[in-house]
Design a protein around this ligand. Structure first.
Ligand code: NAP
Ligand code: MG
Length: 501
């Protein structure tokens, strides 16, 4: 290691020592403890250290947050501001996020273990950009006048839902929040953000920055707490107009039930995936394909809903491709997330690490060939490191080929021809991401049309831009984040008929 790298790592560690993360809820513009007085420890997966105590919000706190959000909404202090005024405030919010990039990146890395270089280059940047993009869109969206007969005027207006809950996961805590709160706030809703218990710290800090940016009290609330308490209370609350969730398919189902069992609130679900990455013999770019699938599964420790977790390779190129995949996978090395050179950090916590290791054990037990990794790396002291792992010669019925592992584990399946590859690709209860590699335009086009997934890449993977919708087919969810389509979730459409006399 060169001297500067060492200094950088030491510098981040020193900054980490000096950090005093805030753990309170933000309700009605004030940072408060949970009404019950209960809290839980925010643990760092890097070394198990307690970063701070976090307020364990429950139904009573959820109710307080909903009341303050409702009052702010009814007052019109935000909802009735001209769109361009909300735009200016939200752009200030995005700029404050950028101004606090190092602090936010450090909180994210300490709290959930992703490499500091990723937190800076991806998480903070994309969160700020998502909020700015939604803000910039809001004074360019026009409502409609319907082409009715001349003696009537039918206005089709987009109106904010009212009180919106956003319940988010721990893998990209700031980005998943920004994809929801950006369009929801831009439209004039009041929002309650419930972050995952493993990653509450950046959400709480975002709450402070939102206040500083001038978002009025009660318009943006942050309610940390456990899913089965705070999350459930928001899902079941009779005065929440919409609940928008990103997380597991299992909890997504609960939100569908919460809605049915309460006020039929609107819901949005961005759920899990087991995304197929298909390489056909008609691709001459096996090097690029190998790099792309490896980045797609090992980026963010594989804790990614669109992770390219199933590689499906046509028989005639499979061996050549596998050599390249293994060579490129070796470039991912578990290391201290505070080291700017690290490209594979820790998993989010010890329980999740055990779950991932259990999946690896099941792959071995079911007879897949372990081609790389398969355990905890030597020489690192924390509990939450897992080696980049590749299973070759898997069969479609194996657990590692069907279930979302949400860790750095790639499962490779063989297909005898493109038809079998497409059948295998679609043989999943999920439908989030998918890729096909082929230099034959007709094949690629037909394949892309045949893939049952919300985000399909041809000769690429995980292209990411705020201008395109993101979300899943099948059990990967309902509705889309990002792009102008995301605004549809947070608005009601009202038709106003006027008879002209
Ligand atoms: P999770 O367990 O489903 O949790 C997500 C959120 O729901 C957390 O805030 C969680 O709070 C809360 N929650 C848990 N149980 C709840 C309940 N009974 N009622 C209400 N809320 C509840 O998911 P995760 O483990 O954080 O994240 C991993 C999952 O997210 C993966 O399946 C992944 O594919 C998915 N994901 C999807 C996307 C996408 O856009 N499609 C993006 C990222 C992640 P607690 O943390 O306190 O339990
Ligand atoms: Mg969880």
């Amino acid at each position: 290691m060169t001297k500067t790298q060492k200094d950088d790592r030491a510098a981040w560690a020193a900054r980490a020592e000096a950090l005093r993360p805030q753990g309170q809820a933000l309700i009605g513009g004030r940072f408060v403890e949970a009404a019950s007085g209960r809290s839980f420890a925010a643990l760092s997966p890097i070394d198990g250290r307690v970063l701070t105590q976090v307020a364990a919000g429950d139904a009573e706190d959820a109710d307080r947050a909903v009341k303050s959000a409702r009052a702010a909404f009814e007052s019109g202090v935000w909802a009735k501001r001209p769109p361009r005024a909300r735009k200016r405030t939200l752009i200030r919010f995005a700029e404050l996020i950028r101004a606090h990039r190092e602090e936010l990146a450090l909180l994210e890395t300490l709290d959930m273990g992703k490499p500091i270089a990723m937190s800076l280059a991806v998480d903070v940047r994309a969160a700020a950009d998502a909020i700015q993009w939604s803000a910039e869109a809001i004074d360019k969206l026009y409502d409609e006048i319907a082409p009715t007969e001349p003696n009537v005027l039918a206005l089709i207006r987009r109106e904010p839902l009212g009180v919106v809950a956003a319940v988010t996961p721990w893998n990209f805590p700031m980005i998943m929040a920004a994809w929801k709160i950006g369009p929801a706030l831009a439209l004039g809703n009041s929002v309650i953000l419930k972050p995952a218990e493993q990653s509450s710290l950046t959400a709480i800090r975002l709450g402070g920055l939102a206040l500083e940016a001038g978002i009025p009290e009660g318009v943006f609330n942050v309610l940390p707490g456990f899913g089965h308490e705070a999350g459930k209370a928001l899902g079941l609350h009779m005065d929440v107009d919409g609940a928008f969730f990103t997380g597991s398919t299992e909890v997504g189902r609960m939100f569908a039930r919460y809605s049915a069992d309460s006020n039929l609130k609107k819901i949005g679900l961005e759920l899990g995936g087991k995304s197929p990455f298909v390489v056909l013999a008609s691709s001459r770019h096996l090097d690029a394909a190998a790099q792309s699938v490896v980045d797609g599964i090992f980026f963010n420790q594989g804790e990614m809903c669109t992770a390219s977790s199933r590689l499906i390779a046509e028989d005639s190129i499979r061996e050549e491709l596998m050599e390249k995949v293994l060579e490129k996978a070796r470039a991912y090395k578990p290391g201290d997330p505070l080291d700017p050179e690290t490209n594979l950090g820790t998993l989010v916590d010890a329980a999740h690490t055990r779950r991932v290791l259990d999946y690896i054990a099941s792959g071995e037990a079911e007879g897949a060939r372990l081609a790389l990794g398969g355990g905890r790396p030597a020489g690192l002291s924390g509990e939450c490191y897992v080696e980049p792992t590749v299973f070759d010669q898997a069969r479609p019925e194996m657990k590692i080929a069907r279930e979302e592992i949400f860790g750095p584990v790639l499962t490779v399946l063989a297909a005898k021809d493109p038809e079998e590859a497409l059948r295998l690709a679609n043989d999943s209860s999920y439908g989030l991401g998918a890729a096909v590699w082929s230099d034959d335009l007709t094949t690629a086009h037909r394949f892309a049309a045949g893939l049952r997934a919300g985000v399909v890449s041809v000769n690429a993977y995980d292209e990411d831009d705020m201008t395109t919708p993101f979300g899943g087919y099948k059990q990967s969810g309902w509705g889309r984040d990002k792009s102008l389509h995301a605004f549809e979730k947070y608005a009601e459409l009202k038709t106003i008929w006027m008879r002209l006399r």
